[in-house]
Design a protein. Structure first.
Length: 94
């Protein structure tokens, strides 16, 4: 099962920059190649953003994926419709 979002990397990147910039009110913009923690975006914000992304794009987003792909560029490359290899579904431990 492919867990990509139904948008290309540029669209997803623009959305993430606007969202994070709005939440954190960063005066110098959001560097897409820096890790989220560089500009103070933590796991709580990742959970909230994942929920907003689900509503915006209509696809389940696991907040852990934001931590495993810790920059906007890395997340977009992994999860945009025109990214690299499909992301396998999360495996739940029994």
């Amino acid at each position: 099962m492919d867990r990509r979002l139904p948008c290309d990397q540029a669209t997803l990147r623009d959305w993430m920059v606007a969202y994070i910039g709005g939440v954190l009110t960063l005066p110098d913009g959001v560097p897409t190649d820096s890790t989220f923690d560089t500009y103070g975006f933590d796991s709580v914000e990742a959970v909230v953003m994942a929920g907003v992304m689900e509503e915006e794009f209509g696809t389940q987003v696991d907040p852990v994926q934001l931590l495993e792909n810790p920059s906007i560029d890395a997340f977009c490359a992994a999860f945009a419709s025109d990214g690299g290899d499909p992301v396998p579904p999360a495996v739940s431990e029994a």
